[in-house]
Ligand binder design. Sequence first.
Ligand code: PHE
Length: 398
Amino acid sequence: MSIASRTLLPLALLTVLLGWAGLANAKEEIVIGHYASMTGDQATFGQSEAKGVDMAVEEVNAAGGINGKAIRVIRYDTAGKAQEAGNAVTRLVTRDRVVAVLGEVASTLSMAGGRVAQQFKVPMVSSSSTNPDVTAIGNMIFRTCFIDPYQGYVVARFAHEKKGFTKVATLFDQGQAYSKGLNDDFQKAFKSMGGQITTEQAYSAGTADYSAQLSAIRETSPEAIFIPGYYTQVANIARQARKMGIKAVFLGGDGWDSAKLAEIGGEAIEGAFYSNHYSHQDPRPEVQEFVKKFQKQHGDVPDAMAALGYDAARLLLDAIKRSPSTKGADIAKALSETKNFAGVTGMISIDKDRNAQKNAVMLEMKEGKPAYVTTIPPPGAGDEKPAPAPAPKAPEKK
Ligand code: PHE
């Protein structure tokens, strides 16, 4: 029993020791933390990510661990709340003494947890938080995904170039850094391509009624509505919009990626497009092997969070293996030196801002499932018509 699980905790604790059989004689272990939304209206993010993380840890343990030591994951549920995220990382660091932390998915939560990790100089790797401010917290905070200035550009370019849209409205969640930031990034990119934003509307996650915002949007007759939110709210917005007779195409970002999107959204979400980190239909062998393995274990097709969780955990364990010790500074240095790590979600190199530069895909909701449409590389990296690029770079230090 770990110390943590003997104590009464306000947070739900799960400690996972996987593939232990391969390490029957291991006396020591390396403990890493994971904080994620296992419950609440972002629950599939945490649940999927946890499946990916556990698969990666299981594989490493089955292959003998790291220097003969087994990997153990201590996991706390954030329930999608920023305060819980901060508490979870505090507990992982001060009580569980983890050597590194994986998480969170939602950018606002990664910022809350990231500030704690940075303060204690414990490396943190977010698999999926795309707001630029997350890794800007400091030199201990890394991510294995692209960032939102690029994601906004991807959706704008798709809307402009592939769909020929000229008039788009936006509707975002003002309580989420991710949603606010991506709303701005999309608008900036779409306008730079000559597009018009007919209106910008905001909501708060607590509300169930979006009719005021949707009426305002309907007044401006856009061809499409960009909704950079999380799946629960997006699905409900889509249903209400269709009920109100709004026929515009729905566009969104990675926060849509959940089986619940179609479960809740039903018909209303058919024909909608969103940007994402990967498609399970990608024929690359890394993807197909992962999909097969995941399906065998869990019975369903892995979403992007599962793939990103798997990649982030593998990348972290690879860095720990290359690190001369399990001290925070050593692991952070190894993480910062990661180059061309072959992930399921693409090739991952950690840049000087501790971000990863990767391609995004566009998916279309078809018969309740996300179908691959196209891949849009970063600006300047080729493709038919290089469009003007927003500058996703942090200010250069001289
Ligand atoms: N990028 C989102 C955020 O920063 C989180 C997310 C990633 C959600 C991938 C789903 C899939 O908040």
